[in-house]
Write a protein that binds this ligand. Structure first.
Ligand code: AMP
Length: 339
């Protein structure tokens, strides 16, 4: 591909931010939109040029959608809903250039591969228990393929892990059993610029999760009548971290960039996020990564306290992606940022 005229994405997750940023950088913008979401996206025709109707979120791979996108010299910017709706195989088949390394999403979608990548990055990770019998503390059990906190449960003993798996009709072998780290959640939003050869930190956030965050509103005498807390993400809250922690935050980000280069060449292109908990001894323990834009960046559609350290203009993650595509085009490096 020699020229990019349009930036496209599907109508979900961080689409508004991505398309707003693409428009600021002078691209035509296209949203691939199921009929029931047109009412939302058509409110923003000030920066959305084209609404391409699709039958459902997974329909982006249809011949018609692909033809439209290629006609417009479009690049797709993938976000969290891509893996969920199109699936890893769909993404592999999608015959339109996408920004970023599409193979990284295979690693993101698999709990075991995900932990392997984090271990290779050299970041501190929670202890993983190979079998329920080893469990000797509070653990969080994540089903293979579960996402966004759905399908997780807590347990304190081997018996509890086994009985809860049984009641869910799954085998413990299908799950990852992880130490539940006590501390404050922190999610670090990075951008790895292939064109500028630098790692940027563009923002931090905290996920707002129902019901685990809502539990603090329940007076203690009533708390033990509650059932299993859930970790379903319902929103995001902004965060700046103690400045001294940034040394570690950059080390972690660079470790991840190196690991991705080794395990999934050419490595991470553009946005990614490391997700963890900061303990009271100020150790940051990472339990998750996302190899693409995360929804927490929606907080910073007009720039963040961190993006101001790099740019004298409002720079959202969506706009940063469009800027990278523009710079790659100018330097003849599109093949380095698109896969
Ligand atoms: P994840 O889908 O892995 O990002 O996890 C969803 C949520 O579960 C996180 O945002 C945390 O609130 C919680 N969580 C996941 N893993 C751990 C862990 N090892 N220790 C503490 N909290 C965790």
């Amino acid at each position: 591909m020699r020229e990019v005229r349009s930036i496209a994405t599907i109508a979900s997750h961080s689409a508004l931010q991505i398309l707003r940023g693409a428009k600021s950088e002078g691209f035509k913008t296209i949203v691939l939109c199921p009929r029931d979401r047109v009412s939302l996206y058509s409110r923003f025709l000030n920066f959305i040029d084209d609404i391409v109707l699709i039958d459902g979120m997974g329909d982006v791979c249809s011949d018609e959608a692909i033809r439209r996108l290629n006609e417009e010299d479009a690049v797709i910017v993938p976000h969290g809903s891509f893996v969920e709706y199109i699936g890893v195989e769909g993404l592999e088949r999608l015959d339109v250039p996408i920004f970023g390394n599409r193979r990284l999403m295979i690693w993101e979608a698999d709990q075991f591969l995900k932990m392997r990548m984090l271990e290779r990055s050299g970041v501190k990770v929670p202890r993983v228990f190979r079998s329920p019998e080893e469990v000797d503390r509070l653990v969080i059990v994540k089903m293979h393929g579960a996402k966004g906190g759905r399908g997780y449960f807590l347990a304190r003993s081997p018996e509890e892990v086994i009985s809860k798996c049984k009641s869910l009709g799954i085998s413990p072998d299908e799950c990852i059993i992880q130490e539940f780290v006590i501390g404050t959640p922190m999610y670090f939003q990075y951008f790895n610029s292939v064109v500028m050869k630098r790692l940027e930190l563009l923002g931090c956030d905290i996920r707002y999760e129902s019901d685990v965050d809502g539990l603090r509103r329940v007076p203690v005498p009533y708390a033990d009548s509650l059932s299993e807390p859930t970790f379903t993400v319902v929103g995001n809250i902004p965060l700046v971290v103690r400045e001294s922690l940034l040394v570690k935050v950059f080390e972690y980000g660079e470790g991840f960039v190196r690991a991705a280069e080794e395990l999934v060449p050419p490595g991470v292109i553009g946005p990614f996020c490391l997700e963890g908990v900061c303990r009271s001894d100020l150790e940051i323990v990472i339990f998750e990564f996302s190899g693409r834009i995360v929804a927490g960046t929606n907080l910073y559609i007009n720039g963040s306290p961190y993006s101001w350290l790099y740019f004298d203009e409002p720079m959202s993650m969506g706009r940063r992606i469009a800027r990278e595509i523009r710079m790659a085009e100018e330097h003849g490096m599109l093949d380095k940022v698109l896969t």
